[in-house]
Design a protein around this ligand. Structure first.
Ligand SMILES: [Fe+2]
Length: 210
């Protein structure tokens, strides 16, 4: 800002406005918060790394469409939030959570799917996970829960959705979002990640902390 004021003093008039505008445009909108929901783990799994398809000591791989999920955690000015904890949790390919409260149908969750993972942002605020493309379950559109834990202990919780999924409008949370920008910020596009995993998909989910 000091820089813009200096330039305005030197240049004056319309040119000064065009110099100042990009500074204002760089300010981002905070990612909307969403409820934690009932299925945050009661106890964290022994293997809670950022590859949810491979559990330490098991041969099998979690069922479902592999998803290479990455993104950037930043502040409102686009500055990276480094060394923040990023956690995700989601249901398995059959819509089951690894959680004692999820008793729908009495079917156990996929023993080869981690269901929860944790990582840390690097110096550029980047994180990545290998998981599955989320699937719908009764009452909910496909979603992945996110929790970001800052170094000062503050945390931020939200949910990520698939852009254009037919069940989004009926979702109890996403369907109630009237603000199209909020919907936009919480939804991702899927592209191919066949270079990383057979039949794999890729998605980018950036999180802006207010
Ligand atoms: Fe959920």
């Amino acid at each position: 800002m000091g820089n813009a004021l200096t330039r305005r003093a030197v240049l004056g008039g319309a040119l000064a406005i065009s110099v100042a505008t990009p500074l204002r445009a760089a300010v981002l909108t905070a990612t909307p918060r969403q409820a934690t929901g009932p299925y945050y783990p009661e106890s964290l799994p022994l293997d809670a790394d950022n590859d949810l398809l491979q559990i330490a000591g098991r041969q099998g791989r979690g069922a479902g469409e592999p998803l290479h999920l990455s993104g950037r955690v930043s502040d409102l000015n686009g500055g990276p939030i480094a060394a923040a904890g990023v956690e995700i949790w989601q249901c398995d390919a059959q819509g089951r959570y690894h959680h004692p409260r999820d008793r729908r149908g009495g079917v156990k969750a996929d023993a080869d799917f981690q269901g929860f993972g944790r990582t840390e942002t690097n110096a550029d605020g980047l994180y990545r996970f290998r998981t599955i493309v989320p699937v719908p379950y009764p009452g909910r559109a496909p979603h992945i829960h996110f929790k970001v834990v800052m170094r000062n202990g503050d945390s931020f919780v939200t949910q990520m959705y698939l852009r254009g999924h037919p069940s989004n409008d009926r979702d109890v949370l996403f369907g109630r979002l009237r603000d199209s920008q909020a919907r936009d910020q919480l939804a991702v596009d899927l592209s191919s990640a066949a270079d990383l995993d057979a039949g794999g998909r890729r998605a980018m989910f950036d999180i802006v902390l207010g």
